[in-house]
Design a protein around this ligand. Sequence first.
Ligand code: NAD
Ligand code: MG
Length: 382
Amino acid sequence: MKNIAILGSTGSIGTQTIEVVRQYSEDFRIVALSCNSNIDLLEKQVREFKPLLCAVYDEDKAKELELKIKDVPCKVVGGMEGLLEVAAIKESDILVTAIVGMIGVMPTVTAIESKKDIALANKETLVTAGHIIIPMADAYGVKILPVDSEHSAIFQSLNGERHNEISKILLTCSGGPFRGYTKDQLKNVTRDDALNHPNWSMGAKITIDSSTLVNKGLEVMEAKWLFGVTYDKVQVVVHPQSVIHSMVEYEDGAIIAELGTPDMKLPIQYALTYPERRVLDTKKLDFYQLKSMTFEEPDMDTFLGLKYAYEVGNIGGSMPTVYNAANEYAVRKFLNGEIAFLDIYDIIRDAIDSHKLIDNPGVDEIIEIEKNVYDYLDKNYK
Ligand code: NAD
Ligand code: MG
């Protein structure tokens, strides 16, 4: 029996994690759940799985939920303190970080300190604090199991290859809904256009990130930390069908890849059952139907999200945090209809250019940098 705690159980990854758990209820037990504010869904999850603990970041909603589930023996907590309690709960073996944004950093640190394995979906954590998280996981003997489909594919392509040098990571990218667009065409795209991802159904923030290629940029940085490679060894390959989920090239030129239909339940389940594989009720790949796969070079001059990611990744220190925080800020504004699509890039650029680099920032500094970026952008873009 594996005991699971979930950060962000009401979201896209969170609910798919729950589907996986439901299918293998004899092997998995949910001991803690949490969300930002969607207490209606959280209540249903609590009633179904009877966890020991649940956390709601919004404190008023936490109180509301507490009243609603009085009849269930489940402790309700709120705020960041509550998330940290979920991360550290004594009864769990693994924490699924399905929360969105760099708010995931602190709970992940706490979970590692509490010796929990991490099924990592929240890429913002490694982007901003990879230099802290990775050595810390090593020191505490904790496994970081990637849930992001590309990183799970790379992880699977490394199975049995531990002693061989990676010559290159080939990170595949669907290209998003605006693949092939020129800058001019991007000027007038709307929020709804950007939310219409061709292959994956995901939360709003990551869907926008996929349309700007910021998501791929975050994934390049995530790959650097997870697999200990330098940026010149991470190459993004646009592959619109999303069938190859990523690949590893070895020194002898051999390339190992993981392929399948685009279904996040596969990497989620693999992170939970690793090193075993289990039956998964998903559409299997049919090569007769597929017929062909295509590949392209990413257009980094138009999709600046990826170009800037390599830039800030290579600078390192606090720069990836600035890139990430500015993007979180800009995406929120774009989703609220307050700015145009290309403004997202301008906001990230502005934040990078106005930041004074801090080498090797600690967790507190990372959180402070995020706040400073928000304050700076508020002054200029409110
Ligand atoms: P989502 O928006 O669908 O869900 C986010 C979850 O986090 C929700 O349960 C929400 O309640 C919770 N949350 C948000 N802010 C919170 C806060 N302040 N406190 C507590 N909980 C909070 O997002 P998603 O698409 O499931 O993505 C989650 C993470 O996984 C992101 O980092 C994303 O980049 C990554 N990821 C997602 C996918 C995907 O297919 N959805 C794929 C790869 C990686
Ligand atoms: Mg991904």
